[in-house]
Design a protein around this ligand. Structure first.
Ligand code: ADP
Length: 466
């Protein structure tokens, strides 16, 4: 044999020749099939002819005209027999190698599929929106979160230019920035969807090979609504606290100045009246500061300190109405209470704080006016306070949220109404710290009823958990 039979190519080469020889040995007149056999073996006609010629030279075939026939020489036939044995072995080992390679390939394909499935699952379930485009900005991938933010066109628009699928200029700008500078593009967007007003930060980055070739761009959209709201809240809180503290301080200052400067010109009654205003404003200040301290205790996971003592619930309700009336609001305030006292044990100041918060809300959220009533009654072993207004009311889907910190219902009628969204949150904690309950019933447009039910005698270990 002229070819080296120890190398793979040598063995394969011999295999082709042998196949040809065996074929012609069995079918001496089938020369026309040589072309198709050659094609099957991957040989071109010229190479086929050359291989046949070589077999003739080696004495395995004889050629008469254009017909090749297996030689009748017994020695050659014997040699061919031996070769056939070797060929079979060689073929077997080649097939083993090929089988091994095939198994490796299948294992790798399975692994790649597994990786692809888990990557897809991760990307799909991510809260962040992901959009991937090729260097020509044609869509390659978008997850569900991205479609929720930017529109369903992303789900069906594979291979389409992203500019035709997304209207959001900020995303396209961020992408172009990352494309032009092959770096990072950053933009913020604001959307209004089923989850209300939300803010997203878009990060666009080029996807590059180790050599620095760009083969696409990825955009990640992160929801930063809470951060934004916290930021807004921080400014709201600062302005609220400074405004709320400034008002009583301003009043205290001017009444105190009048008392100091014009003391001789004021009669006893006026001096008393001024001193009372100062005292009330200082109380208001103290309540505000106490409220902030209580919130910081709740937020830090600490319980609220209660100073329990016995007092008359009716007198407390009357006091709450007086204080709220003194604020000079438009809404007429009334009290519904039994003639006799309702003694109870609780932290009087904290319950007063709750009632004042509910009364001031009732007034604040009644822009058209309407009567506000505070009723107090005893039932079983409980004392129940109810604050009733005829104001805006609350949608049923917001009833639970209004008790969460910083939540404020956004609507045009109350845009100018000041608040932090902390009042009801704190009030509910204060009531629960007494082992009581605070809840609301409301009809949008008809008004609201806030109920506070407290045990007649609160114990120290009321529930203050969040
Ligand atoms: P704030 O009044 O400072 O916003 P609150 O925690 O006291 O905070 O109230 C939370 C939200 O609940 C308010 O922003 C308002 O939208 C709603 N709310 C509270 N009381 C009433 C009420 N009596 N009528 C209608 N809406 C109310």
């Amino acid at each position: 044999m002229s070819q080296d039979e120890t190398t793979l190519s040598g063995k394969l080469d011999s295999k082709i020749k042998l196949d040809v020889a065996l074929f012609f040995g069995g079918n001496p007149d089938a020369i026309d099939s040589a072309a198709s056999l050659g094609t099957w073996a991957g040989y071109r006609e010229a190479e086929m002819e050359e291989a046949l010629q070589e077999l003739c030279r080696d004495g395995m075939l004889v050629q008469s005209g254009s017909v090749y026939r297996l030689t009748s020489d017994p020695e050659m036939r014997q040699m061919l027999g031996r070769f056939l044995g070797q060929y079979e072995q060689a073929r077997q080992s080649v097939e083993d190698v090929i089988d091994g390679l095939e198994r490796d390939r299948e294992r790798m394909a399975e692994r790649i599929e597994e990786l692809e499935i888990s990557t897809q699952a991760i990307v799909k379930s991510m809260g962040e929106g992901i959009v991937v485009v090729d260097p020509e900005l044609r869509l390659r991938f978008a997850n569900r979160a991205a479609a929720d933010i930017l529109g369903d066109a992303l789900i069906h628009g594979l291979s389409e230019p992203i500019t035709e699928l997304v209207e959001e200029d900020a995303l396209l700008e961020a992408l172009r920035e990352s494309k032009d500078f092959t770096g990072e593009g950053r933009r913020e967007i604001e959307t209004i969807g089923p989850h209300g007003q939300r803010y997203y930060l878009i990060h666009a980055n080029a996807i590059t090979t180790e050599e620095g070739d760009v083969y696409g761009h990825i955009c990640v959209l992160s929801d930063i609504t809470e951060l934004r709201e916290l930021d807004n809240l921080k400014s709201d809180l600062i302005s609220f606290v400074s405004h709320e503290l400034r008002n009583p301080l301003g009043a205290v200052k001017s009444y105190a100045d009048t008392l100091v400067i014009h003391s001789e010109r004021l009669d006893e009654e006026k001096r008393r009246e001024f001193a009372e205003v100062i005292s009330q404003e200082v109380d208001r200040l103290a309540r505000l500061i106490d409220g902030f301290l209580d919130i910081s205790r709740i937020e830090a996971g600490r319980g609220l300190d209660l100073v329990l003592r016995e007092f008359d619930a009716v007198a407390l309700a009357r006091r709450a109405v007086e204080i709220q009336s003194a604020a000079g609001d438009e809404c007429p305030l009334s009290l519904e209470a039994p003639d006799e006292e309702i003694p109870m044990v609780a932290d009087r100041d904290k319950i007063l704080q709750v009632l004042l918060n509910l009364l001031s809300n009732a007034v604040k959220y009644s822009p058209e006016g309407g009567e506000v009533t505070l009723s107090v009654a005893r039932s079983d072993n409980e004392v129940q306070f109810t604050v009733i207004d005829q104001g805006l009311g609350i949608d049923s889907n917001q009833m639970a949220q209004i008790f969460t910190p910083f939540y404020r219902v956004r609507r045009s009628e109350t845009r100018s109404v000041r608040g932090t969204g902390l009042g009801l949150y704190l009030s509910r904690h204060l009531v629960e710290a007494h082992g009581g309950r605070l809840w609301v019933e409301s009809e949008p447009g008809q008004g609201s009823r806030f109920y506070v039910a407290l045990p007649e005698r609160s114990a120290e270990n009321g529930d203050t958990s969040r």
